[in-house]
Design a binder for this molecule. Structure first.
Ligand code: AR6
Length: 173
């Protein structure tokens, strides 16, 4: 892999709501009206105006993304995407890749140059972290290759174990 691309990819263990990037990505559900996990944390940190804006969006299908402002977050925007439920979706790897691609499309349209992703679908939705990590990193590197003006992709993992999966994968590309 081109080292100039990997220089733009960072792995952090921590809480995505604290990230100082142009946009953080939310692992939402199709209602876009909040939930547990990272979705709950983002809504709590952003404040009630986020839910008010989400109500105007009319939901989001699995594999797609929608954008809102970031309100009380340091990030200016939140990109809400809906990952596949691992045990249910037939075309889960395509749907998961589509979450990342659609998030990047919205980023470009909104002049966003740095973005932070959680491990979409890897909590309640049950996607194994090793499989999801490959899709997340490969899709992001492909995007970075085609969009040289984009500055940074940060993967934010909650646990040290998940963070190690990402670091090992990237070190072996
Ligand atoms: N920062 C970074 N990562 C986090 C944080 C945080 N603050 N909190 C949790 N994670 P999940 P899903 C990690 O369940 O699987 C919601 O209820 C977590 O450890 O949040 O896509 C939605 O409303 C895991 O690795 O998202 C949906 O109904 C990863 O984020 C449903 O859950 C994703 O876990 C979506 O499920």
């Amino acid at each position: 892999m081109d080292s100039q691309i990997l220089e733009k990819v960072e792995v952090i263990q921590g809480d995505i709501t604290e990230l100082d990037v142009d946009a953080i990505v939310n692992a939402a559900n199709t209602s876009l009206l909040g939930g547990g996990g990272v979705d709950g944390a983002i809504h709590r940190a952003a404040g009630p105006e986020l839910l008010a804006e989400c109500r105007t969006l009319g939901g989001c299908p699995t594999g797609e993304a929608r954008i809102t402002k970031g309100y009380n977050l340091r990030a200016g925007h939140v990109i809400h995407t809906v990952g596949p439920v691992y045990s249910r979706a037939k075309d889960k790897s395509d749907l998961l890749a589509s979450c990342y691609r659609d998030s990047f499309t919205l980023a470009v349209e909104n002049n966003i140059k740095s973005i932070a992703f959680p491990a979409i679908s890897c909590g309640v939705y049950g996607y194994p972290i090793e499989e999801a990590c490959g899709i997340a990193v490969d899709t992001s590197c492909r995007f970075l290759k085609e969009n040289s003006g984009f500055e940074k992709v940060v993967f934010v993992l909650f646990s040290p174990e998940d963070s190690r999966v990402y670091t090992d994968y990237i070190n072996n590309i």
